[in-house]
Design a protein around this ligand. Sequence first.
Ligand code: CU
Length: 172
Amino acid sequence: MIAPPAVWWRPLGRYERSWLTIALVWCLFLTAMMPLWFFLGRQNVPATSYRVAPAHYQKLVTDFAQKYQVGTENDLPIVAPPPGDVYLLAKAWQWYPVLKLKKGETYRLHLSSVDFQHGFSLQPINLNLMALPGYDYVIRLTPTSSGEFSLICNEYCFIGHHLMTGKLVVTD
Ligand SMILES: [Cu+2]
């Protein structure tokens, strides 16, 4: 056996010192950005959440849909509510109902699930929210462009997950 020399390392070279400094500065920068971005980033959805019994939420949505229904599409009611509280329900495996909103108006979009955890994903805007049973998630929403938007589920919710699509319409 050969014993290693008493001092087997050499003092840091210029390059190693530079790279270590760059790595340290980058780590500190990223660490500072985590809390900063939480407060300054515009990615945070203005939302609040409340506890709600799934059966109660289901009733709220069906009453709401009946009240403001203006049509039907693929057996789903098309609902055109006035600005204010609007309801959307995620269930295996559909988004209920088809909401018809007005550009520039402000809504309080309620979102919840009656069975599994689903993922609300509005395309092509790429607005992503969680739909959880037992929680009413309320999002302040002001559509800024008109057209037809697709809703997909981006949280795996068993066998019908890939079929869980919906629609949201914004009119001028
Ligand atoms: Cu899903």
